[in-house]
Design a protein around this ligand. Structure first.
Ligand code: UGA
Length: 645
């Protein structure tokens, strides 16, 4: 990968320890710097009074919390936690529990290679902040700003049986892929790994245990787990089964764990079940507000997990279906999504049109819901949810066809540069990525495809494409995985942006939120920031230097191991008069490490040059001024209007 251009080199600022923030406006210091320092102090002193107060007084969702048993916590005698499954869920979960509590946490996996990677300096999963958390807890390196070395309380090991036996609480965090054979093939979750772990727990446990389902499982799995445990338990050993589903989104798993929207704990409504739930509440309440810890019944907890993903994916399919109408009518999908998202009943999350959703969970979970509906004799419900997945496939095909049609209906011997291969930014994960389908489609059209992604591993891209694409000759002869965007785009006829990585963007630096005294004036002055995720109010654009300054200071704090919480981008004290508009960025994200130079890309491409913006992350006007023809998801085809292609 090429280094940053000096113009955009924010990394130099990020390590400038001599930076002092006097140029930063006082308000920004209050917003970002003081909370960060407060956070550091709090961590030096243990949990602060403020935190305690928040825990006790946090405005709980009364409906739930009054019906829970979390108001009279019991101090748990439990001290050892075992997490079975060192994957995307288990390892970050274990690391954060170890980081935030004094529990001894053991993360186990039969896969020796994976465990070796977790014990190395090169962690097998990329998640922002995870290396710091693992280093602190696994190696006992300074946890916080004070430089004090802490006890190491996180172990990665292949000793599954020994670790289960030693633990008080065992989390099952193994994968539950979609079944590839037998009844429910292609839809139902394959629970074979959950069952194996359950049997192992029953076999080795010599004392009572709390078993926690962390993996995403179909409703009523806890019943099967309970049955297996009871049928195979050693004499006198009792188990309680809880459901505590994960709600981590990749790329922000650590942030999600440190500051979750909610922690759901499902238990049986028996005295033993409620007591077990209390023990788990006790673990989480060491860093999560009590009001965010919701205890509900086991089956609700299991279903809520699948339902949340299905509803999120459904929103993306809604907006993607609308994007097709926008392209035909001249409506802009960003404007439509914005207009709908302002209705608080709809909200503005998951309304960004794209080439289709990917990732390991959405498709799998919806299909599992489809299967569940069918087995419950509810074919209409099954069809309803199946439609969400169908629209997702349609979106990938639609975008492919648009590329082909704009390139004069043939891609044969044309070079197509694909920028981005992961299913979303800030992760190295390519599972179910729309890029797999699209690259396969381009290859089958006879194109030469050059792929560049900042994080995806070359080997993994090849493996996944080999699975998806039957044409091995095309894969061998016409596919290139490149180390940088310039290489991929050199001599290309078209660039297709499939992942919203910041480094691909050419949009002016975004804005931070500001306060305005007059909400009506603010509403009136609202303008669309072209092609950006959101509208931003006029007059809220901050100088680039200000953003750099804040970012630099936060970077310096982080480099000194001061844990900087995702800053709340609010301006003044909450509750003060005036309104605020939140733009979904954090200062740390505001200044990307570096961005590709589209002038250089243009210089190397064959003419006419096309950009297909599958994520609406580019400033199309700027690209057009460079001579690109731009086609964007959910926007009428400019090429059609201008050149009749
Ligand atoms: C998702 C859920 O968001 C998590 O709450 C859940 O815990 C997780 O699945 C899981 O089951 O483990 P994740 O798959 O990591 O998290 O990623 P998302 O951020 O939800 O994105 C999923 C896909 O939807 C990506 O391909 C993304 O690009 C796409 N997307 C997302 C859109 O196309 N538009 C949007 O507005 C949002």
């Amino acid at each position: 990968m090429e280094g940053p251009s000096s113009e955009n080199d924010a990394s130099a600022l990020l390590i400038d320890f001599s930076f002092t923030p006097p140029q930063t406006p006082q308000r920004k210091i209050q917003q970002y710097v003081e909370p960060a320092i407060k956070e550091a102090t709090k961590r030096q002193n243990g949990l602060g009074v403020e935190h305690e107060l928040q825990c006790c007084m946090g405005a709980p969702d009364e409906e739930f919390c009054t019906s829970t048993n979390i108001n009279t916590p019991t101090l748990t005698p439990f001290k050892r936690i075992c997490i079975v499954g060192a994957g995307y869920v288990g390892a970050p979960t274990g690391a954060v529990i170890a980081y935030e509590t004094d529990f001894d946490v053991t993360v186990v996996d039969y896969n020796a290679q994976r465990i070796a990677a977790w014990n190395s300096a090169d962690l097998p999963i990329y998640e922002s902040g995870l290396d710091h958390i693992v280093n602190s807890t696994r190696d006992g390196i300074s946890k916080h700003a004070d430089g004090v070395t802490t006890r190491s309380n996180l172990v990665f090991t292949t000793d599954v049986e020994g670790s289960i036996d030693a633990a008080d609480i065992i989390f099952i965090a193994v994968n539950t892929p979609t079944k590839t054979q037998g009844q429910g093939k292609g839809y139902a979750a394959d629970l074979r790994f959950v069952e194996e772990v359950t049997r192992t727990i029953a076999k080795v446990a010599k004392a009572d245990k709390i078993v926690v389902e962390k993996s995403t499982v179909p409703v009523k799995t806890a019943e099967s787990v309970r049955l297996i445990l009871m049928a195979n338990a050693q004499p006198g050993v009792r188990f309680e089964v809880l459901s505590n589903p994960e709600y981590l989104a990749e790329g922000q798993a650590v942030a999600d764990m440190l500051d979750p929207d909610r922690i759901i704990i499902g238990s049986l409504p028996t005295p033993e079940g409620l007591k077990a739930a209390d023990a788990l509440v006790e673990v989480y309440s060491q860093w999560v507000k009590r009001s965010k810890i919701i205890t509900i019944n086991l089956w609700s907890s299991e279903l809520a997990r699948l339902a949340a993903n299905a509803m999120l994916a459904q929103r993306i399919s809604n907006v993607n279906a609308l994007s097709a109408i926008c392209e035909k009518t001249g409506a802009s999908v960003d404007e439509v999504a914005y207009a709908c998202g302002l209705d608080h009943r709809i909200g503005n999350g998951m309304l960004k049109a794209g080439p289709g959703f990917g990732g390991s969970c959405f498709r799998k979970d919806i299909l599992s819901l489809v299967y569940l509906s069918e087995t419950l004799g509810l074919p209409e419900v099954a069809n309803y949810w199946r439609g969400v997945v169908d629209i997702n496939e349609y979106q990938k095909d639609r975008f492919t066809k648009r590329v082909i049609s704009c390139r004069f209906n043939t891609l044969t011997n044309k070079k197509i540069a694909v920028l981005g291969f992961t299913f979303k930014k800030n992760t190295a994960d390519i599972r179910e990525s729309p890029a797999i389908t699209m690259v396969t489609n381009f290859l089958s059209e006879g194109a030469q495809v050059a792929v560049y992604d900042p994080r995806a591993r070359k080997q993994q891209i090849l493996v996944d494409l080999h699975q998806a694409c039957d044409d091995t000759v095309a894969l061998e002869n016409n596919l290139m995985i490149c180390g940088n965007a310039y290489h991929a785009c050199d001599g290309a006829d078209a660039v297709i942006v499939l992942t919203e990585w910041d480094e691909f963007s050419n949009v002016d630096l975004p804005t931070l939120e500001v306060q305005t005294a007059d909400p009506v004036a603010l509403k009136r002055s609202t303008v669309l920031d072209p092609n950006a995720n959101n509208f931003v109010p006029e007059g809220t654009r901050h100088k680039e230097e200000e953003l750099c300054a804040v970012s630099a200071f936060l970077g310096a704090l982080e480099a000194r191991n001061v844990k900087v919480e995702s800053p709340r981008i609010t301006s003044d004290d909450e509750g003060s008069e005036g309104s605020s508009v939140r733009v979904p960025i954090t200062p740390a994200q505001t200044v990307p490490q570096w961005r590709i130079d589209w002038v250089r890309i243009a210089r190397g491409m064959r003419k006419p040059m096309f950009v297909f913006d599958g994520r609406n992350i580019l400033d199309h006007g700027k690209l057009q001024r460079l001579g690109f023809r731009v086609e964007a998801i959910g926007k009428a085809s400019l090429a059609e209007a201008n050149v009749g292609c």
